[in-house]
Design a binder for this molecule. Structure first.
Ligand SMILES: Nc1ncnc2c1ncn2[C@@H]1O[C@H](COP(=O)(O)OP(=O)(O)OP(=O)(O)O)[C@@H](O)[C@H]1O
Length: 213
């Protein structure tokens, strides 16, 4: 039994008509945070999508909680992602017409997993959005939306939390608070936390760091 939650081996990806993007190997254990930085266009978002199994590599492999993602077909990948991987996208992608609560539980409902209302309330309380669950997402401040994105990502107690530029649009105070909330949530769920960022404020907070070129 290993506590290695995610690792990659010789990953490469090519967009149609594009150059081959090669990624350094990475590994992250339960309870650890790994920062992935690199200049614009270096492939940070692409790497995050590979780690989440949203796109498939042309070469190399990704293993999450002991499972090589290449062994999962599309439907199984969706179910696996719902159970094991929490994603905080750069933009929240909330559905405007649904309440915050329905937005948070939508990923569970799509994969047929039961919704645990007690857990939803606990996670929302943790992230200080408990009083906002019945509101529409557009009524939330940016900081509140960011916390709601984190709540959505951790609702299933994932093994791996992937965050794409979670602090880019936040002021210093909110940046630190979101970083703290992410770390707290990762620790609480004993998850590996991977943050893709070009936010220099984060590099001083997290010692483990991989740079794309
Ligand atoms: N859908 C796509 N089709 C073709 N090329 C793409 C596509 N998405 C990204 N690319 C190219 O792949 C490379 C990596 O893009 P990616 O978005 O992963 O970089 P990034 O490091 O996240 O950049 P940024 O910091 O600007 O968000 C870039 O050269 C980009 O132009």
């Amino acid at each position: 039994m290993t506590d290695m939650m995610i690792q990659t081996n010789a990953l490469a990806y090519t967009y149609p008509g594009g150059r081959v993007i090669r990624f350094p190997d990475l590994a992250c254990r339960a309870g650890e945070t790994l920062l992935i930085t690199g200049p614009s266009g270096s492939g940070k978002t692409t790497l995050l999508h590979l780690l989440a199994g949203l796109i498939r590599p042309n070469e190399g492999s990704v293993q999450v909680a002991g499972t090589p993602l290449s062994t999962l077909g599309t439907r199984k990948m969706d179910i696996f992602r719902g159970k094991h991987i929490g994603i905080i996208f750069q933009r929240s992608h909330f559905i405007d017409a649904l309440s915050v609560s329905d937005n948070l539980t939508l990923p569970l409902q799509l994969t047929g997993a039961p919704v645990d209302r007690t857990r939803l309330a606990a996670v929302a309380g943790d992230l200080r959005i408990g009083h906002l669950l019945d509101k529409l997402p557009a009524r939330l401040s940016q900081g509140e939306q960011q916390r709601a994105s984190i709540a959505r990502a951790v609702l299933q107690s994932p093994d791996v939390i992937l965050a794409d530029e979670p602090t880019a649009s936040l002021d210093d105070h909110n940046c630190e608070s979101v970083a703290r909330l992410l770390s707290e949530q990762a620790a609480r769920h004993n998850a590996a936390l991977l943050i893709v960022t070009h936010d220099n404020r984060l590099t001083s907070l997290y010692p483990q760091h991989i740079q794309l070129t």
